[in-house]
Write a protein that binds this ligand. Structure first.
Ligand SMILES: [Zn+2]
Length: 113
């Protein structure tokens, strides 16, 4: 196995329990801090950014973590965030959170690796 690959795999936390993790960050969503952050994100980017990729204009109502935080408070609070509509969030957002591959595109229009 190449060194680079081994290093990356060793950084993936595998040990913590899935349900404890989920319970941990569900609490974060109930905080006033998250609500403020969410409001701010939706006022900065009021349209669903995933619909916009298909040139569809939809009001965003959800804030998605572009990088799955997987219980990391650092990522949870600092993002990057994506404003999405509910249908996008529940389809594509779920897939991303489950670690399934979805192709994303940067602001410059090129795929993000
Ligand atoms: Zn959408």
């Amino acid at each position: 196995m190449p060194d680079e690959q081994r290093r990356r795999e060793s950084q993936v936390p595998r040990q913590y329990g899935r349900s404890a993790e989920a319970e941990g960050y569900r609490k974060l969503y109930r905080t006033a801090r998250w609500r403020r952050l969410r409001e701010r994100q939706l006022s900065d980017a009021p349209l669903c950014q995933w619909c916009l990729e298909s040139e569809i204009v939809t009001e965003a109502t959800e804030v998605h973590h572009a990088t799955p935080h997987r219980g990391s408070e650092e990522l949870f609070w600092n993002g990057p965030f994506v404003s999405t509509c509910k249908p996008c969030h529940s389809s594509r957002g779920q897939r991303e959170d489950l670690g399934q591959v979805t192709q994303t595109f940067g602001a410059d229009g090129w795929p993000v690796a």
